[in-house]
Design a protein around this ligand. Structure first.
Ligand code: 3PG
Length: 214
């Protein structure tokens, strides 16, 4: 089992918008203390790569890069120490980078054709984004029968109130979301305690709902 598999088995992945090393240090500490040794750091801020670099130094933390849109960003993320790469969609360039670097890719797919293209490239773990506005849990459930062997990590509009709808599905490995890592708390040195509480709460909710599988 890789670090990513181990972390995904908790059932929830924090999707992080973070800017720089200082915030990353606090985030790393809160994730480990809250029992969630994984982060998907989105390349949406100027300091995202520096944050990945800092988090990658934490032993026991599986650090991925999210919102990776092209091959150049894939390479930057791998250089910074990301151990997996996530994209909202999928392109030939991303598939190429995954093969070339050997660093696992979770490509985004929400339609049957997108799933089949990713499958053709050898990917059987896909990001389902934006989950709630792409048909939600009902859509993910509908893909179980035609796409046996393909699993999803839905993100986008998921929180404590609806994570159960997804986690009970046999083809959902984990859900992702930003609700437990609000940017305002990440950038506030006094927010550490509250951050840890939100993270621990997300882990408890995921663990409680993971067993009730369809
Ligand atoms: C993502 O990239 O996965 C989303 O931005 C996370 O969606 P959320 O902010 O609705 O949780």
């Amino acid at each position: 089992m890789t670090g990513v598999d181990r972390a995904l088995s908790i059932g929830v992945v924090p999707v992080v918008v973070i800017d720089g090393e200082a915030d990353a240090e606090r985030l790393g500490a809160a994730l480990l203390a809250g029992g969630l040794p994984i982060a998907e750091v989105t390349l949406r801020t100027p300091g995202a790569l520096a944050a990945i670099r800092r988090l990658a130094e934490e032993p026991g933390l599986a650090v991925g890069a999210g919102t990776v849109l092209d091959e150049a960003q894939y390479d930057d993320a791998v250089d910074a120490g990301a151990t997996y790469v996530v994209s909202p969609g999928s392109t030939p360039g991303l598939f190429r980078a995954a093969r070339r670097t050997g660093v696992p890719l979770l490509p985004g797919a929400v339609t049957a054709t997108e799933i089949m293209r990713a499958r053709d490239e050898g990917h059987d773990l896909l990001k389902f984004f934006p989950a709630e506005s792409s048909g939600g849990a009902a859509a993910v459930r509908s893909f179980a029968s035609p796409f046996a062997g393909v699993d999803f990590v839905p993100t986008g509009g998921i929180g404590l109130s609806n994570l159960r709808d997804y986690l009970r599905l046999g083809n959902v490995r984990a859900v992702g979301g930003s609700w437990m890592v609000p940017p305002k708390l990440l950038s506030d040195p006094r927010g550490a305690g509250q951050l840890q509480t939100l993270i621990a709460e997300a882990v408890a909710a995921a663990t409680a709902n993971y067993d009730a599988r369809l």
